[in-house]
Design a protein around this ligand. Structure first.
Ligand SMILES: [Zn+2]
Length: 92
């Protein structure tokens, strides 16, 4: 697979390994509310999300990726653990 074939958008995309930002206390609690991907706490009024790939990286783009795992809710506090370009506002 040639690197030259990649569309321009990939040049400006950044990645953060999820294990760099996930909380050690994240036990993936199951409740009625969606858990924050980073800390596992239930999120009320989900407003922010991150884009997770199957390779375990968060990506600073909301474009389609072949290895996308989709968007995952994060809490209001945890969004400050990430640069703004990694956080996407959930639109109803
Ligand atoms: Zn959180």
């Amino acid at each position: 697979m040639s690197q030259d074939k990649k569309p321009d958008i990939y040049r400006w995309v950044f990645f953060i390994p999820i294990e760099d930002v996930v909380s050690p206390n994240n036990h993936g609690k199951n409740g009625k509310l969606p858990p924050c991907l980073l800390c596992g706490q239930p999120v009320k009024n989900a407003t922010y999300s991150v884009h997770l790939l199957t390779d375990g990286n968060l990506v600073s783009s909301d474009q389609e990726f072949d290895n996308s795992q989709g968007f995952h809710v994060i809490g209001n506090n945890c969004r400050h653990k990430l640069p703004n370009n990694f956080v996407f506002r959930i639109t109803a």
